[in-house]
Design a protein around this ligand. Structure first.
Ligand code: 5GP
Length: 144
């Protein structure tokens, strides 16, 4: 799938929003959902998505919805930094397969970076569920 095309209602994030697929939820309100990436590129790799808009990428989302997503990105980044004490944090967003996009519902990556640790391969190795559960509990306590 490229930069242009139709929104597929069966994409995995649409299923997560509808409750048809599970996620390690970190934050939810009427418009925005944040959860752990199950193929993390670093410890704490999280995703933030809009719930009400069927936008595949940054070209398609309205600016008000994007602003709501970014407010949650900032809040989550603060919680990740407080809890995990990374040396840096990457906030990333890909548009179109050639840019690295694999799920075609717009999302922001929040990726803590630790000194001496290189970035894991994108969407590659599935994390241990027990580790994700523990991490979720730690971050929920921060986001409270
Ligand atoms: P993209 O490549 O589209 O920018 O990012 C998609 C992200 O979604 C990847 O980082 C990938 O690891 C993650 N991902 C793919 N399938 C699932 C899933 O079922 N659950 C969760 N939580 N993340 C997923």
């Amino acid at each position: 799938m490229s930069l242009h095309g139709d929104y597929d209602e069966q994409n995995i994030f649409a299923k997560i929003i509808r409750g048809e697929a599970p996620c390690y939820k970190l934050y939810e309100d009427d418009e925005v959902l944040a959860f752990l990436d199950v193929f993390p590129q670093s410890f704490g790799h999280s995703l933030v998505i809009p719930k009400q808009v069927q936008a595949r990428n940054i070209l398609e989302i309205d600016s008000a919805s994007l602003a709501k997503v970014m407010a949650v990105v900032q809040r989550l980044t603060r919680a990740l930094v407080d809890e995990l004490q990374p040396a840096g944090v990457q906030v990333a967003q890909f548009n179109g397969a050639p840019a690295g996009q694999t799920v075609f519902h717009i999302h922001m990556h929040v990726i803590p970076r630790f000194t001496g640790e290189s970035l894991g391969i994108h969407a590659s190795a599935k994390a241990d569920p027990a580790e994700l559960e523990q991490l979720q509990a730690r971050l929920l306590a921060r986001l409270g």
